[in-house]
Write a protein that binds this ligand. Sequence first.
Ligand SMILES: [Zn+2]
Length: 134
Amino acid sequence: MADELVERLLDWPYQGETMAHEAADRIEQLTAERERLALTICGGEDAPGYANAQTVETLEHVAKQNQQYHGATINSLRAAEVERDRLREALTRLLAPFGNDACHYDHHGYCQEHFIEADCCVAHARAALKGETP
Ligand SMILES: [Zn+2]
């Protein structure tokens, strides 16, 4: 539709030719902006022409859905961070009695310093607090 209007403006055999060119340039700019916005709202790369073929009402609906989805995702992330911090604090308190005691594994591979197990849970907990694997 915009392309047709541009063609009509450019063919306008009237003294307002300069104005017609300015209007045509502006229409092309706005069309390009609309395409960029449509692509952004639709999530970037997509099937050729899909985003641009959507009506403004559809794009508004998709934008609102995106906002709701992202809002829910952010809320989930915040809840997960709160839970992570709560568990980190609990684990820190649970490990406090062990101080800096290092694991001492016997010849069978059991930690004699803590709970006499092959895969010492204290080592696991310490590693988890550091974001590492034991
Ligand atoms: Zn240990």
